[in-house]
Design a protein. Structure first.
Length: 422
């Protein structure tokens, strides 16, 4: 309106006078850093440095915490006066500035050599890491970075997941392979394959464990989604075999799926659980699909214009993050209407995005691994650029994983990188 335009002209004149004060409200979405008295009158020349000093003095935590500042969904990189002049703001208003702690870079990164390409990674609740290798092995990495490998498959392992720790301290681990099978293995000082899960007719590309740990979902090049029981007790579909007639890698009973769902037209490349009955998948058919295992059907499909290669779901942000062969990371909000547009696109990789993982603690943070050899850490409040390049591999990054305090990545250089945060 003319009145608003006049106020904008007025603001420009005031700023040109050189002594203008701007009313600002400092707000933090993280209550640990909230300020009770948060409205201040600041010189129009104030920038990130002055805001950092102000917030630090008000919080008085004794810690050296660096903050990022955001105005109208854009990171502040200039003076508040210039931001006010270029935005929908009048001199009579209060400029809202959001601030949040900036993620520090890792304290250290350990590099662990393994015997072959790393196709998959999964942390346990106890701090161990399992890596699925292209030689068919699953390697256990302890917190002190010592390793032990177990021959579980005869062909490359494409996915791995930690289910739970059983009595006696052994971990129940699921792995999927190019050999078209999944296997449940009890891993301790030794490894015992307890179930062979058969039903897929092509490479098993992805696996995910339900929040209750009672079920596992898998996806495959055969375009099918299959749900399996994780119980170690015999079920009606189990077929026991005589171990002495089989190779050690073929030990264990055969298990068939509880449920098979079809709907994708090309390979399923990623799957995850939203809760104990809702599943999300992505595919090379350029779609994201949402499934209900109780209704036994697909409830929503979002189609885009590129093949999707990986995904992860955040129960904190309620967003689905995907990686694609066109090098972009896209975030989807399933609460939107069917066919909803992309919620956010993150641009930073130079090649195919192979894996993505949300932070287990922060709703705004995620990591991505790419064929360009890099692992990038993002904060969705700063979508224009990644926060840190966590690590650089000598070849394609194929998998990433995140647990509180640690980020893991692995790839075609046959190395696992473990980055540790305070």
């Amino acid at each position: 309106t003319f009145q608003h335009y006049f106020k904008r002209i007025n603001l420009s004149v005031m700023l040109a006078s050189g002594d203008t004060q701007i009313q600002v409200r400092l707000e933090s979405t993280e209550k640990d850093y909230a300020i009770d008295q948060n409205v201040f009158s600041l010189p129009h020349t104030a920038s990130v440095t002055e805001l950092q000093d102000l917030v630090s003095s008000l919080l008085n935590t004794g810690e050296s915490i660096e903050f990022s500042f955001r105005v109208n969904d854009e990171l502040l990189s200039t003076s508040i006066g210039k931001v006010a002049e270029s935005s929908d703001f009048s001199g009579e208003s209060i400029l809202k500035i959001e601030y949040f702690p900036k993620r520090p870079s890792p304290d250290r990164t350990d590099e662990i050599e393994v015997e072959d390409w790393v196709g998959a990674l999964s942390f346990t609740t106890g701090g161990q890491l399992y890596a699925g290798l292209y030689n068919g092995q699953v390697t256990r990495v302890l917190p002190d970075c010592t390793t032990k490998s177990f021959q579980i498959h005869q062909k490359p392992v494409k996915c791995v997941g930690f289910i739970q720790t059983e009595e006696g301290g052994r971990d129940l681990v699921v792995s999927g392979s190019i050999d078209q099978t999944l296997k449940y293995s009890l891993v301790g000082e030794e490894c015992e394959v307890v179930f062979n899960l058969r039903g897929h007719t092509e490479t098993v590309t992805c696996v995910a464990v339900s929040p209750s740990t009672e079920q596992v979902v898998s996806g495959s090049y055969d375009t099918m989604l299959k749900v399996w029981s994780t119980t170690l007790d015999p079920t009606e579909g189990d077929i026991h075999r005589k171990k002495k007639k089989r190779k050690p890698v073929e030990d264990g009973a055969l298990r068939t799926p509880l449920l098979t769902l079809g709907g994708h037209t090309q390979a399923i490349t990623g799957c995850t659980w939203q809760d104990n009955s809702q599943i999300v998948t992505v595919s090379q058919d350029m779609s994201v699909k949402f499934w209900d295992t109780q209704l036994m059907t697909c409830t929503k499909t979002i189609s885009i214009a590129t093949a999707l290669q990986c995904l992860d779901w955040s129960d904190k942000s309620r967003l689905v993050a995907t990686g694609a062969s066109d090098k972009y990371v896209r975030l989807f909000d399933p609460r939107g209407a069917s066919g909803a547009l992309v919620h956010l696109t993150l641009v930073g990789h130079q090649l195919w995005v192979a894996d993505v993982a949300w932070s287990p603690e922060n709703q705004h943070e995620l990591i991505t691994g790419s064929y360009d050899g890099t692992v990038l850490l993002w904060d969705t409040r700063n979508p224009r650029s990644f926060v840190h390049k966590i690590s650089s591999h000598e070849d394609k990054v194929l998998s990433v994983a995140w647990q509180p305090g640690r980020i893991a990545s692995g790839g075609a250089d046959s190395k696992v990188h473990l980055s540790t945060f305070k």
